[in-house]
Design a protein around this ligand. Structure first.
Ligand SMILES: Cc1cc2nc3c(=O)[nH]c(=O)nc-3n(C[C@H](O)[C@H](O)[C@H](O)COP(=O)(O)OP(=O)(O)OC[C@H]3O[C@@H](n4cnc5c(N)ncnc54)[C@H](O)[C@@H]3O)c2cc1C
Length: 402
């Protein structure tokens, strides 16, 4: 039997899982397999500082801990299949690699629009290569930019495009407000106003039906018939989980890898999922399994999953309480920051201003059945610091299902 732990996906969650396996006492071999050619790197600056040219691409690389100096890296290599009963993964070069423990850390890829029209000139932003290509396009003089999707990455790219001096920046979304899903109406309206004041235009409540142009995009056709002139299109319409390689193993892969409250997949003690790809029940809230695409989650999931897996491999039980992270995200746009703690999306129907006011710096509290479940700050560093003061209160709240 192989003694190796295989980590599929060599990005933030994969790296953190390897480091946490060492911290949890696993001193056996670890192999990290990643289809990108790079060592793990940090993605948030791809839509902000690095895209804006304020930080070099080289600044993105994570510095692995000394404890993982002995792990085997298989970069530029894709895992194409897995047989979880036989404990074997197959690589794209045909090699079959046996494992004792498997960490699923294959993350997400951008969802693409399936509309008629040319492909050249249409971008996404997930990888280093994506950001390099997009930066080149955005810095061409007079660029007219259409961003499809007013979620957090779409809003960040819009802000960066304005900062880079694009001639026109328009964000399109079928929903009535930007980031309304996580923020609710009140803060989403405040966000819209801030973007408009800084030069971003919005076409909201309408979707995209096609692209104009012969060899490359020259326009974006909206459902209401409007055509927006465009040299650069950025598709920020959500993401799809990289789980195809796990097909045929009886796992629930409906949206990422469904796990139990200890991040184990399919009832298998030797398979855990971490990072964006893991769909887990959060014992802090309602127990409904969800994926969470925040930067804090690779580290949180890696800590818990590594302890569970290391204990199993050592023949024991980690004796942990169920996984109950406090999700945290930030988003830098123009000269302001959104800072969130908890699960505001669960409390969007009962939003109360806790500090400041929506026209300036504001901290809003999100409630479910009268309980504070999330806090979001919109504004400068003082607002973010004010929101952080609610962390302890959020952590102390009883579980929603309790
Ligand atoms: C542009 C951008 C901006 C962001 N900004 C913020 C922010 O401001 N704040 C915030 O909180 N969060 C932000 N995030 C989210 C945060 O970066 C992610 O949550 C985090 O990167 C997830 O890490 P991960 O390792 O789980 O997944 P990923 O980073 O997606 O890594 C998965 C890796 O697995 C590889 N892979 C996939 N399939 C295979 C396979 N079959 N075989 C081998 N390798 C495979 C992928 O190529 C990739 O390298 C941002 C994300 C993006 C993309």
């Amino acid at each position: 039997m192989s003694a190796t732990v295989v980590v599929a996906g060599a990005s933030m969650a994969g790296l953190r899982a390897a480091e946490q396996l060492r911290a949890a006492g696993w001193d056996g071999p670890i192999t990290l397999i990643g289809d990108e050619p790079h060592m793990p790197y940090n993605r948030p600056p791809l839509s902000k500082e690095v895209l804006a040219g304020k930080a070099p691409f080289e600044s993105l690389a994570f510095r692995p801990r000394a404890s993982v100096a002995d792990v085997r890296w298989r970069l530029g290599t894709k895992v194409v299949a897995a047989d979880l009963d036989r404990r074997v993964v197959t690589l794209d070069d045909g090699e079959a690699l046996a494992y004792r423990g498997l960490v699923v850390a294959t993350g997400m890829r951008p969802r693409r629009l399936r509309c008629p029209g040319p492909v050249t000139g249409r971008h996404t932003v997930r990888t280093l290569a994506d950001a390099q290509g997009l930066r080149e396009a955005l810095t061409r003089p007079g660029a007219r930019v259409v961003i499809v999707g007013a979620g957090f990455i779409g809003c960040e790219v819009a802000a960066t495009a304005v900062a880079l001096g694009a001639a026109e920046v328009t964000v399109v979304d079928p929903l009535p407000l930007p980031m309304v899903g996580p923020l609710g109406d009140q803060l989403a309206k405040a966000l819209l106003g801030r973007h408009e004041q800084r030069g971003v235009r919005f076409a909201l409540g309408t979707g995209v039906t096609g692209f104009e142009g012969d060899d490359r995009v020259t326009g974006v056709v909206l459902a209401d018939g409007t055509v927006l002139a465009a040299d650069v299109v950025v598709e920020c319409v959500g993401s799809l989980a990289n789980t195809e390689w796990l097909d045929g193993n009886g796992l629930d892969l409906t949206d990422g890898v469904l796990t139990d409250g200890h991040l184990r997949a399919g009832g298998r003690p030797d398979v855990v999922a971490v990072g964006d790809v893991a769909r887990f029940p959060n014992a802090r809230y309602d127990g409904v399994p969800r994926r969470v695409e925040h930067w804090s989650i690779p580290t949180d999931t890696a800590k818990h999953a590594a302890r569970v897996l290391a204990a199993h491999l050592g023949g024991g039980d980690a004796g942990l309480a169920r996984f109950a992270p406090l999700p945290t995200f930030w988003s830098d746009q123009h000269d302001f920051r959104l800072q969130s703690f908890g699960a505001p999306a669960l409390g969007k129907e009962d939003v109360r201003v806790l500090d400041g006011d929506p026209d300036g710096d504001v901290v809003a509290g999100y409630h479910t059945a009268g309980r504070l479940v999330g806090v979001v700050a919109l504004g400068g560093p003082a607002a973010a610091a004010a929101a952080a003061r609610y962390r302890a209160e959020l952590l102390a709240q009883p579980a929603l299902t309790a």
